[in-house]
Design a protein around this ligand. Structure first.
Ligand code: IPM
Ligand code: MG
Length: 357
């Protein structure tokens, strides 16, 4: 099969981690006889520096022409510490999501046996956690307008907007996942305070009537944040709006032992994007120390979701598990043992794929 992908490393550690995911993809293609074509483009702070725009039109054109996008990370301290900057790297990611119509971000959270003791939670709470957070990705406060400042600069405002159509399509998607899994859906909102959340709850209650074989529960976001720590195994599929999903998935990720482990798939109307949920970790950029596993696991999701190649995706997952079992991991999950570099982890994962019978 021909795999024609766009590669957007972005900023910070992006190019280092994406390079490791490419090694894994190349190994899988060698092994299963696929032909990989990868073309790179700019996004984020590096795109602003080169073109003045965080998501240049050429980058968008490449994404539209590709079968899938592998994305690294964006963000730069230069902008984080300058709240007055008019153009920001994050706008590149948001523009990409919006223009590609990527309304759903699928974030699977499962624990790795080799990492149980790395979790801040007790191993018995974490062992066996297997949930999927489905985050709405192109609506809510991230995109609602008006957004801005008053003329005197002393008042700022954001707007949260959701339509029935936006809510219904993501809730239905979440039910499709629940049907394939343990048939439990948790709809997370703040319906006791927010009008948008009350519309979410109303629409979800209506759709729930069509899925009587799925147990639907409604939960306020503050309670969900607590339950994720207290009893993460109680969740199967969670569905929620953009901002709540952003926050809850960072929380959920540390349950697995490290933010550096969680992959995600952003899907919708046009080309899907596969990206780690972590950021650009600028302090580590260029040092060859960042954990590449979330990006490597995002490549596994790409093989499954974009190319319908589950065996190839699982080959990457087995290689990641084997590399972790062998202690070939970066410092964030080395648990006191000598850490390995980003590129060593990538090499080991690729070698494992190459060598596996
Ligand atoms: C994420 C990130 C992004 C988001 C940032 C970088 C804009 O935190 O993908 O979770 O908030 O969506
Ligand atoms: Mg986030």
């Amino acid at each position: 099969m021909k795999l024609n992908i766009a590669v957007l490393p972005g900023d910070g550690i992006g190019s280092e981690i994406v390079a490791q995911a490419m090694k894994a993809l190349q190994a899988v293609c060698r092994k299963y006889g696929h032909e990989l074509t990868a073309r790179e483009a700019l996004v984020g702070a590096c795109a602003i520096d080169a073109t003045g725009k965080p998501y240049p039109d050429e980058t968008h054109a490449l994404c539209m022409q590709s079968d899938a996008v592998l994305f690294g990370a964006i963000g730069s301290p230069k902008y984080d510490n300058d709240p007055s900057a008019g153009i920001r790297p994050e706008q590149g990611l948001l523009a990409m999501r919006k223009r590609l119509g990527l309304y759903a971000n699928i974030r699977p959270v499962a624990t790795f046996p080799a990492l149980l003791h790395q979790s801040p939670l007790r191993p018995e709470l974490v062992d066996g956690v297997d949930l999927i957070c489905i985050r709405e990705l192109t609506g809510g406060m991230y995109f609602g307008r008006p957004q801005g400042r008053s003329e005197d600069g002393d008042t700022a405002y954001d707007t949260c907007i959701y339509t029935r159509t936006e809510i219904a399509r993501i809730v239905r998607l979440a039910y499709a996942y629940a049907l394939k899994r343990r048939r439990k859906l948790t709809v997370v909102d703040k319906a006791n305070v927010l009008a948008t959340s009350r519309l979410w709850r109303q629409v979800a209650q209506e759709i729930a009537q069509e899925y009587t074989s799925v147990e639907t529960e409604f939960m306020f976001v503050d309670n969900a944040a607590m339950r994720l720590i207290q009893w993460p195994k109680s969740f199967d599929v969670l569905v929620t709006e953009n901002m709540f999903g952003d926050i809850l998935t960072d929380e959920a990720s540390v349950i697995t032992g490290s933010l550096g482990m969680l992959p995600s798939a952003s899907i919708g109307l046009h080309t899907s994007v596969f990206e780690p949920i972590h950021g650009s970790y600028p302090q580590a950029a260029g040092k060859n120390i960042a954990n590449p596993l979330a990006t490597i696991l995002s490549a596994a999701l790409m093989l499954e979701y974009a190319f319908h190649l589950p065996d190839e995706g699982n080959a990457i997952r087995r290689a990641v598990a084997a590399s972790m079992e062998a202690g070939i991991v970066t410092e964030d999950i080395a648990q006191g043992l000598a850490p390995h570099t980003t590129s060593e982890v990538g090499d080991r994962v690729a070698e494992w794929i190459d060598g596996e019978k």
